[in-house]
Design a protein around this ligand. Structure first.
Ligand code: HEC
Length: 314
């Protein structure tokens, strides 16, 4: 277990430092971190006028790369089976380690490093290195890190995104006496090859969407898709309801104890949308297909997601 020998009273402080250090890391790669340098927000949210080409309208090669990248983003260890899962705790855990002020933070840390008990369906070590763990299925960050990737799509080139994934960067945080340098990413060294990295970059550049557009601004999140169209697609067109797949009530394949399509739809609707769009990476491509393989659209995926929220959760 990581030893936490820093004292961080406030998450926001740590996060602010993280943001500053990162901005400096990206804008001044050759200089040491200088706190007096005015820091721009290099990866701020995309400007409103940026118009994304819907995935279904991308050219065939780009679309294919985006689908493969979306699956890698979810769980690249399931796809790149030659990669070895690192046996050590991800160095990024020190950030969460700095948040141990409250029991809830402690729980987050335990979850992240896999001390919360091993669910055989979800091995915990790879989890620390899965993109979605840190960046979320809403692409805006996760419980663990405020690390959104939406801005990267609009502000970074494909090559820059690839370099950030492959080589990674170092975050410096803490005061002079407690300063720590933490390596982030560096996935090339973990066995993620150039093709996979390029697919991931394509997904980030062309495949991320503003997930909020598909929900009412409520909590819990309720899909605003066309549920009747979603039902038709789920029950007939796409084949989700086939008896060899999820069944008409979505309960045929449990994902965990008492966890079904309806459960994920209600509790993890962002994840549901991502899986409908790109498929299930631990399955063969035609095992659970991407919606785009069926010549359907992101809106169709949102319609299905909305429908799954009506399926039984237990
Ligand atoms: C252990 C946590 C963690 C994992 C796992 C992780 N990242 Fe990151 N990533 C970060 C942090 C922290 C940042 C800096 C975030 C920021 O600037 O807000 C970052 C930044 C990025 C950026 C730059 C985007 C930006 O706008 O700052 C990209 C692109 C990215 N990650 C892609 C990936 C991909 C692809 C994967 C999976 C192969 C991945 N990340 C896995 C923590 C992680």
């Amino acid at each position: 277990m990581m030893k936490n020998n820093r004292q961080v009273e406030d998450k926001k402080v740590t996060r602010a430092i993280l943001t500053v250090a990162l901005a400096a890391a990206f804008t001044l790669p050759l200089q040491s971190c200088n706190e007096d340098v005015p820091v721009a927000e290099p990866f701020a949210a995309p400007p409103a006028e940026v118009i994304r080409v819907p995935v279904e309208e991308l050219d065939a090669d780009t679309k294919e790369a985006v689908i493969l990248g979306g699956r890698l983003y979810d769980d690249w260890f399931s796809v790149v089976t030659s990669a070895t899962v690192p046996s050590d705790v991800n160095p990024m855990a020190v950030f969460i380690g700095g948040y141990l002020a409250t029991p809830q933070d402690r729980t987050l840390y335990d979850e992240f490093v896999g001390l919360d008990g091993v669910d055989p369906l979800k091995p915990t070590k790879p989890k620390q290195y899965r993109c979605k763990t840190c960046h979320g299925f809403n692409y805006a960050g996760s419980d663990y890190f405020d690390a959104g990737i939406m801005g990267a799509a609009d502000n970074m080139t494909l090559e820059e995104i690839q370099a950030v994934i492959k080589d990674g960067f170092t975050l410096s945080f803490g005061s002079d006496t407690t300063k720590q340098n933490v390596p982030v990413h560096g996935f090339g060294d973990l066995g993620l090859g150039d093709t996979a990295i390029s697919e991931l970059a394509s997904f980030i550049k062309y495949g991320v969407v503003n997930v909020d557009e598909y929900f009412y601004p409520t909590s819990p999140k309720i899909g605003r898709g066309d549920s009747a169209n979603g039902e038709k697609l789920f029950q007939q067109t796409v084949g989700c309801a086939r008896s060899s797949c999820h069944g008409a009530d979505g309960k045929k394949i449990p994902f965990g104890p008492a966890e079904f399509v309806g459960t994920i739809g209600q509790n993890e609707p962002d994840e549901m949308l991502h899986k409908i769009r790109f498929g299930q990476p631990s399955e063969p491509r035609d095992g659970m297909p991407s919606i785009y393989d069926k010549a359907l659209t992101t809106q169709d995926a949102a319609d299905i997601m909305t429908y799954t929220q009506k399926l039984p959760a237990q």
